[in-house]
Write a protein that binds this ligand. Sequence first.
Ligand code: ADP
Ligand code: MG
Length: 213
Amino acid sequence: ELQGVSCLLGSRERAVIALDEVSLTVSPGELVAVMGPSGSGKSTLIHVAGLLRPPTSGRVLLDGADVSRLTRARAAEARRRRIGLVFQNRNLVPTLTLAENGALPLELDNVPSVGIAEALIRVGLEGMGGRFPDEVSDGQAQLAAIARAFIGPRTVLLADEPTGDLDQTTGNQVLSTLRRCVDAGGAGLLVTHDPEVADWAHRVVRMRDGRLL
Ligand code: ADP
Ligand code: MG
């Protein structure tokens, strides 16, 4: 949940209002698409919601708790435990296998990394856990990133143009997987400039000049 979130970027003299009083709630099991032209603040929205950047003002809540003023360490902890992030590309650590990539956030917390194989099966990557990212297709790498996003107790999925680099067939496979994972109970935010991608969401919101329309 974002409550009146504003975000100023850049130097003080030439500050850009990347987010301007944005309020948005995404419920468990709901996939919300955020559409808007380049520069409208979509990626900044993902960064703030993903606790990668604190808002200049306003609040970010996770399951009702204010997480917008955490220290960097606490924000990183909340992120790796509760939030799955998928970007356009290069989501995986290249020197780790798909299974090891999935287990990484859990291992950082000394949580037993169970459920990785099941998560990979769920996204259609059965038997591929031992492969390295450069041994699978771009689409399969994105599917592995989605699997990682839903391993463990993490229930928020934030995806920034996750199919931007994929052909349409592969992109649709990734989006249907993402939608299925959200339908199983996650809260998802999907950033895109493509109306066909937004069709996969339950609800579409639009941004312009940092504002939610
Ligand atoms: P989108 O993802 O919709 O293309 P962004 O969230 O990346 O938009 O950017 C929103 C606005 O903030 C744009 O005007 C962009 O130029 C500006 N911006 C993004 N990052 C920075 C930064 N680090 N410093 C200054 N301005 C930035
Ligand atoms: Mg962007």
